[in-house]
Design a protein around this ligand. Structure first.
Ligand code: OAD
Length: 237
């Protein structure tokens, strides 16, 4: 039998238990750094050094982190489902856990791209982790973080919407549902599709029908989700 398509939208909360700070929780990144200075297009034009330094620190933290049971639990679900992950996260923990289909909406921390040619992208490694306004790619171009800054378009949103439209089950994990267009993906779920939202402090979802809130941290929440889905499959047999 054809596997059902399980589409999972993840945010910073799924990586919190790996020791990566979220943005808007208490002591989150945006409490400690002025967001429009370190993560906006204007900020990058004003002071590129500050932006590079901010992402260098994020890369240092990422190198110390490991995927947690939530990332690994989503890999396990591939046994029974056609799993697609759409992540707002710029970390590589879904990749390191072993998920097969991952779309990054907001870019990738371990990649840099040419300022003059957005299609030219290079991957950093542990020995070349830090960048500066002088960093050049192997082709000689000046490079920038491969991150979607505030005030910039989100090129991956169109393919993400297409994946969401085809979901048989839709899951949201660890996002405050504040940043658009990512938060708007929920609007593209087909009517009648079951939706699960795992978050210990979930955002209100008054206009979204069929949503089951699993008010738990991601690691426990993904285990609970797996149990719920297993039970449903048994009932449908
Ligand atoms: P936020 O920091 O806005 O929200 C984090 C969410 O994770 C909140 O709803 C928390 O309740 C939840 N959370 C905290 N601990 C958790 C845990 N252990 N398990 C599960 N959930 C937990 O992060 P995002 O919604 O991902 O964009 O932020 C969206 C975008 O805003 C980011 O991609 C980033 C930021 O500005 C860019 O930098 C482009």
């Amino acid at each position: 039998m054809k596997k059902k398509k399980l589409v999972i939208s993840t945010g910073a909360g799924i990586s919190a238990e790996s020791g990566i700070k979220t943005f808007r929780d208490a002591d989150g990144l945006w409490e400690n750094y002025p967001v429009m200075d370190v993560a906006s297009a204007d900020g990058f034009r004003r002071n590129p050094r500050l932006v590079h330094d901010f992402y260098n620190a994020r890369r240092d933290a990422l190198l110390l982190a490991e995927p947690n049971a939530a990332h690994r639990g989503l890999v396990e679900l591939e046994k029974d489902y056609d799993v697609y992950i759409i992540t707002q996260n710029v970390d590589d923990l879904h990749e390191r856990a072993g998920s097969s289909n991952i779309l990054h909406l907001h870019g990738e921390l371990m990649k840099i791209r040419s300022i003059s040619n957005p299609d030219y992208i290079e991957t950093l490694d542990a020995d070349h982790l830090h960048t500066s306004p002088q960093t050049r790619g192997r082709n000689g171009d000046l490079m920038r973080p491969h991150i979607v800054f505030f005030q910039e378009a989100v090129p991956m949103i169109e393919p993400a919407i297409e994946i969401v439209r085809e979901a048989d089950i839709f899951v949201v994990i660890g996002t405050s549902l504040i940043v658009y267009p990512a938060a708007g993906l929920l609007q593209f779920v087909s009517p009648g599709t079951p939706i699960y939202y795992i978050d210990p402090n979930p955002a209100p979802t008054p206009n979204i029908p069929d949503v089951t809130v699993i008010r738990m941290p991601a690691t426990a929440g993904v285990a609970e989700l797996a149990r719920i889905l297993e039970k449903k499959r048994e009932e449908e047999k």
